[in-house]
Design a protein around this ligand. Structure first.
Ligand SMILES: *[C@@H]1O[C@H](CO)[C@@H](O)[C@H](O)[C@H]1NC(C)=O
Length: 345
């Protein structure tokens, strides 16, 4: 009997376009010229081009709110990728879009030699988690962790010999997901979340069916910050005031700027416990958080974490340039680095 394709890597991709809270420069609420004292027009916070939150609780989003439908009937699209939306954890109301790589027929188990090593090594799970300010942190962290548990449980639903098709929405994970090879990945805020999910994994003593470490964590242009300027970060108050309020806004002032959620450098003891065997950190020369990423890559080794670190920096580009500039040489290179990392996990 041919070896079956259960060895396909199961990756929980924690960031979605829906969560693009940090795609444009955050600015402290500059009162809109038309604003009156009406709470529905009085700004609490805004990031131009991304979000406006009013003191009334009304929220307007301008970026990353549209989603394309999944591939029809779960069949592969023009790129050979099949996708479908699933209720990952119905009790917690967490949904996700699951993607199957080219070359795998949905629901069909293929010999491992036909596994598409070159292009698509992973089943990707893109989690639709709760966003601030309607749901402040730690809501997003809780959803990410619940999603990880649900994915692992779904992967274990497969028959041991792979002979039977698992039923239901999560059948793709049951058929192709390998819970022994999970990678947590995200960009920007999603990078922050992937880091925190790995920290929590070890803190909580692991997850059934996974243990207390994932195979890899990929932090792409991760969002981290801190009270004090770091490295070559601008120190002037005007610059700091563009970024300091962002954290306050997403956690509702619950955690300060040196909390380990946002500044791992401040808590090396916790950091060294991170539950991952490998870490990839990427950044870009013009990224707002470039100094944080460089310090992360240095710090994760110094803090005593035992694992393999890979660091990659793109010259001359800005924060998450690979989204608006997808398809450019540099973006393709970044994607190749990530795919290679995932393949090795
Ligand atoms: C469940 O999540 C969706 C967004 O994915 C949201 O629109 C809906 O209000 C949520 N339902 C509950 C009961 O929270």
């Amino acid at each position: 009997m041919p070896e079956l394709s259960r060895r396909v890597l199961c990756a929980a991709l924690l960031v979605t376009a829906l969560a693009a809270l940090f795609l444009s420069p955050p600015f402290r609420s500059l009162l809109n010229p038309q604003a009156t004292m009406n709470p529905d027009s009085e700004l609490e916070f805004q990031m131009p081009g991304v979000i406006r939150a009013y003191t009334s609780g009304r929220v307007e989003r301008f970026d990353g709110t549209k989603t394309v439908p999944p591939s029809p009937a779960g069949d592969p699209d023009a790129n050979g990728v099949a996708s479908k939306d699933v209720a990952l954890d119905p009790a917690a109301n967490i949904s996700a879009r699951v993607y199957l790589p080219p070359g795998l027929e949905p629901g069909k188990k293929l010999p491992v030699r036909r596994r598409p090593r070159r292009r698509g090594p992973a089943v990707v799970v893109s989690v639709n988690y709760r966003l601030a300010p309607e749901h402040r942190l730690p809501a997003a962290y809780d959803d990410a962790f619940a999603a990880l548990k649900a994915v692992v449980a779904a992967c274990h639903r497969a028959e041991p010999d792979g002979a039977e098709e698992a039923e239901g929405e999560l059948s793709w994970l049951a058929a192709h997901g390998d819970a022994s090879r999970v990678v947590l990945a995200g960009d920007s805020a999603g990078g922050n979340m992937a880091h925190n999910a790995a920290i929590r994994l070890r803190k909580e003593g692991g997850v059934e069916g996974l243990g207390d470490a994932v195979s890899g964590v990929a932090l792409l242009h991760p969002y981290f910050w801190g009270k004090e300027p770091l490295g070559a970060e601008p120190t002037d108050a005007g610059y700091r005031s563009m970024f300091d309020p962002t954290w306050d806004f997403i956690c509702g002032g619950k955690f300060d700027l040196d909390h380990p959620y946002v500044n791992p450098l401040a808590s090396p003891e916790e950091w060294r416990q991170m539950g991952s065997r490998r870490v990839l950190v990427t950044t870009a020369e013009q990224c707002w958080f470039v100094e944080r990423a460089r310090a992360y890559a240095e710090g994760v080794k110094k803090c005593g974490w035992e694992g393999e670190l890979q660091f990659y920096e793109t010259k001359g580009e800005a924060h998450v340039f690979f989204l608006p500039k997808h398809g450019t040489d540099k973006a393709v290179k970044e994607l190749a680095i990530v795919a290679d990392f995932v393949r090795r996990c």
